[in-house]
Design a protein around this ligand. Structure first.
Ligand SMILES: [Zn+2]
Length: 373
């Protein structure tokens, strides 16, 4: 019986690295949603689960863009995400507005060794301690202010158009001056709204800028003060994404917002129920990217797909480590070798046991070895 216990301990020790590997990736529950674009390269967009806050990572073949970082308490989680998704540098970082649930998690990123090229914020004067810390760190980089009609190009076919705020801040409310970006990948667009309000939405509608997008990051965590019917009609998304914490104290998302999205047949995901949500924008000419990803177990079952529905395909087999036959063989071999060595050692000890009688009372190694006599 004791031998079996020892063997079990050895097996557990050998399998420990596999267990660590299983836990090193972030949690999620749905596979990536794939959209086919005309873009010559693949692009991945991660709506990261950072609890009650907002953080979006965009990866092209050579560029990484981070939009907000979630709350301060999600800082280490965000760093883990960046590590999991192999982000070794950030080319462009947007801070949509100075609220803690958007910039708090950026502080550990700014303090980390990850190189950051350009930082863009809304230029709003704000005086909280957290914002002062953020701005002091941001000023050590190339910090600029976003305003309407600017275009940040990553490649000739991948760019961000700033839809809001206006050059001189139009609103006194901080949320209403959030940076709103229309991220365009060739013929596919994603509207990223920060915490913009219905006032912002009216301003954006009046601007005459193109708002139509296949994906809408639903404004202000799904608050009832965003996502007006007029704005929803103009964006006309196929997919909606709500970034909010589970059971948050704000009641986000609001039922009215969910109802509006549902009535418009928008297929809506939420980080509070789906974890990190990934959109994979693939060129037909490119091999689909294989995203480092935990085990997806639930397949979304949209019931109201629109006519313009892009394909929703399940994730290519995720890179979850499994017990390969080779690993089993190596494990069994190591165990056998260990037993043989221990048996030889124990025989040697048996011959001289009289000399060791006193020691076996106190020496753990000798006790273990005598199990194999
Ligand atoms: Zn917010």
């Amino acid at each position: 019986m004791k031998r079996i216990q020892v063997i079990i301990v050895i097996i557990l020790v050998l399998l420990l690295p596999c267990q660590i590997n299983f836990q090193s990736v972030a949690s999620t529950s749905i596979p990536p949603i794939t959209l086919v674009t005309n873009c010559p390269e693949n692009v991945s967009i991660y709506f990261l689960d950072v609890g009650q806050g907002d953080s979006i990572l965009i990866k092209t073949s050579s560029r990484n863009v981070l939009i907000d970082g979630g709350p301060g308490e999600a800082g280490s989680t965000l760093l883990n995400y960046l590590n999991t998704y192999q982000v070794s540098k950030i080319d462009l970082l947007f801070a949509t507005h100075p609220h803690e649930d958007h910039i708090g998690g950026l502080i550990p990123v700014l303090q980390s060794s990850i190189p950051i090229q350009d930082i863009v914020y809304n230029g709003y004067k704000y005086t909280t301690q957290i914002f002062n810390i953020w701005k002091t760190l941001a000023l050590t980089h190339n910090l600029t202010i976003a305003y309407r009609n600017q275009v940040y190009s990553l490649t000739p076919t991948i760019n961000f158009t700033v839809i809001s705020p206006t050059n001189s801040h139009q609103f006194s409310d901080l949320n209403a001056n959030s940076i709103v970006l229309r991220f365009q990948v060739s013929n596919t667009s994603i509207m990223l709204t920060g915490d913009a309000t219905t006032d912002t939405e009216q301003s954006m509608l009046a601007s005459g800028l193109t708002l139509q997008s296949q994906v809408l990051r639903v404004g202000h965590h799904g608050s009832s003060y965003s996502t007006s019917q007029a704005f929803l009609n103009a964006v006309n998304p196929i997919y909606g994404v709500i970034s909010a914490g589970i059971n948050n104290s704000y009641g986000h998302p609001a039922q009215q917002t969910l109802d509006r999205l549902s009535n418009d047949n928008v297929i809506t995901y939420g980080t509070y129920k789906d974890g990190t949500i990934v959109f994979q924008l693939n060129s037909p000419a490119q091999t689909p990217v294989v995203i480092p990803y935990p085990t997806p177990t639930v397949t979304p079952n949209p019931t109201n797909a629109k006519t313009l529905s892009p394909t929703v395909t399940p994730l290519p087999t995720p890179a979850v480590p499994e017990l390969s036959p080779l690993l089993v063989l190596v494990t069994v071999g190591l165990i056998s070798l260990t037993i043989v060595i221990l048996r030889k050692r124990s025989k040697f000890i048996s011959k001289n046991l009289n000399d060791y009688t006193g020691l076996t009372e106190n020496c753990l190694i000798l006790k273990v070895l005598t199990l194999f006599r």
